[in-house]
Design a protein around this ligand. Structure first.
Ligand SMILES: Cc1cc2nc3c(=O)[nH]c(=O)nc-3n(C[C@H](O)[C@H](O)[C@H](O)COP(=O)(O)O)c2cc1C
Ligand code: SF4
Length: 371
């Protein structure tokens, strides 16, 4: 592991002292797996796997069927084996596999479970977390208060919180019409969240969404954040397991190419940022794909308690099939399904794929930033 980074202070969460206050955000499907998370952990940041469709991805690697529990256990163990701190991102919206993913990660000794795309209100009740830090993702002080109040009933307090603003990649915790509001800029969301975090017991706040340079990191630390979470920059690394086609699309993307998909949009019901040339998005706009539900990761329970409901299941008129689009962008089923590329707004600044070590050197301030 890298020894010292004089420019940035460490991040301390649940007694774990992380050399750099940089968390690599979980990126599903199949973008942040153990090769990326392990590399980031080794360089002194926090490496985070994404639990989305992990059973399928690990089953493919191993050539035998593994469960969501086993897949989470396996990938967390591999990421931790590189040394340093590693954990997993488990989306609340992936209801069917949520508990199994949490249990597998806890049993593997994940340093962190980061959970958003919905409020993780029941997370501490699933299983005693022991040394694992439980970290919700929120977009407002109100959401943090709600979670703290609910978790108090379990005798637990968030070990840290990720405040994700509207410039992030993936799903956004804002209504479409709120995305561009001045009041929702990350800089403006942070002060009330810091107040709530202090009120509930000095909870470290990690900010995410649109952070690109060492100077950005310094600026948010000076505003009171304890760390940053970054996704898009780590998507564009050698170690990320996005397909080569995906990485080329990131490099080619211009500002006007990065749009918010709403209608057609994600069946999870949240605004979702994409590169507008992604083949699956182009087809969705032209209503070309015939609906087919063969993966089922975002299914919700029906009245009988069975996982049968998804907004993209019987019609692709207003919702695209996110399971298949994202699996295709990790190269899983490219011959059968078109890829859907999600990115944050900063993708338009990226012009080269870096090894994680070079990126961390740049972000940590050890190496001058290229203009
Ligand atoms: C390709 C991609 C996939 C993502 N997948 C997830 C995910 O599965 N779960 C989640 O909570 N956040 C996800 N995110 C959000 C990131 O974890 C991170 O918070 C966000 O990208 C930060 O914004 P930035 O991209 O501007 O750095 C994803 C982001 C990207 C770019
Ligand atoms: S319709 Fe598509 S997005 Fe919805 S659960 Fe089925 S496979 Fe997933």
């Amino acid at each position: 592991m890298s020894e010292s980074y004089s420019h940035l202070p460490p991040l301390i969460i649940k007694g774990k002292k992380i050399t750099l206050p940089i968390v690599q955000g979980g990126m599903g499907i199949g973008v942040s797996l153990s090769p990326l998370a392990g590399a980031v952990a080794k360089e002194g940041g926090v490496g985070i796997i994404s639990s989305a469709a992990l059973d399928r991805l690990v089953s493919k690697q191993k050539g035998k069927k593994v469960s969501s529990y086993e897949a989470a256990f396996e990938e967390v163990s591999l990421a931790k084996a590189s040394g340093g701190f590693a954990g997993i991102n488990i989306m609340v919206a992936l209801v069917r596999d949520y508990e199994a993913s949490v249990k597998g990660s806890l049993d593997a000794g994940a340093d962190f479970i980061i959970s958003g795309a919905g409020l993780p209100l029941g997370l501490p009740a699933i299983q005693p977390p022991k040394d694992t830090a439980l970290i919700p993702i929120i977009s407002s002080a109100r959401a943090l208060e709600l979670i703290c109040k609910k978790w108090e009933r379990f005798g637990y307090r968030p070990d840290a919180v990720v405040l994700e603003g509207p410039l992030a990649g993936g799903h956004l915790g804002f209504k479409a019409e709120q995305i561009d509001l001045e009041s929702n800029k990350l800089e403006n969301l942070l002060p009330p969240v810091l107040d709530a975090a202090i009120k509930y017991g000095d909870i470290p706040v990690i900010v995410a969404g649109g952070i690109y340079t060492h100077a950005d990191i310094v600026r948010f630390l000076q505003m009171g954040a304890s760390g940053v979470q970054m996704g898009t920059r780590f998507l564009a690394t050698e170690e990320s397991t996005a397909s080569e086609e995906y990485k080329r699309a990131v490099i080619a993307a211009k500002e006007e190419d990065i749009v918010i998909a709403i209608d057609p949009g994600s069946p999870c019901g949240l605004p979702f940022r994409v590169i507008k040339q992604s083949a699956a998005y182009v087809s969705a706009m032209k209503k070309l794909r015939a609906p087919k539900c063969d993966k089922g990761y975002v299914l919700l329970k029906d009245d009988e308690g069975k996982f049968t409901r998804c907004l993209a299941k019987s019609s692709n008129e207003h919702h695209f099939c996110i399971c298949n689009g994202l699996l295709s962008s990790a190269g899983y089923n490219r011959d059968k399904e078109e890829p859907l590329f999600t990115v944050g707004t900063t993708a338009c600044k990226i012009n080269k794929i870096l090894p994680v070590k070079d990126l961390i050197d740049e972000l940590s301030g050890r190496v001058p930033i290229e203009s």
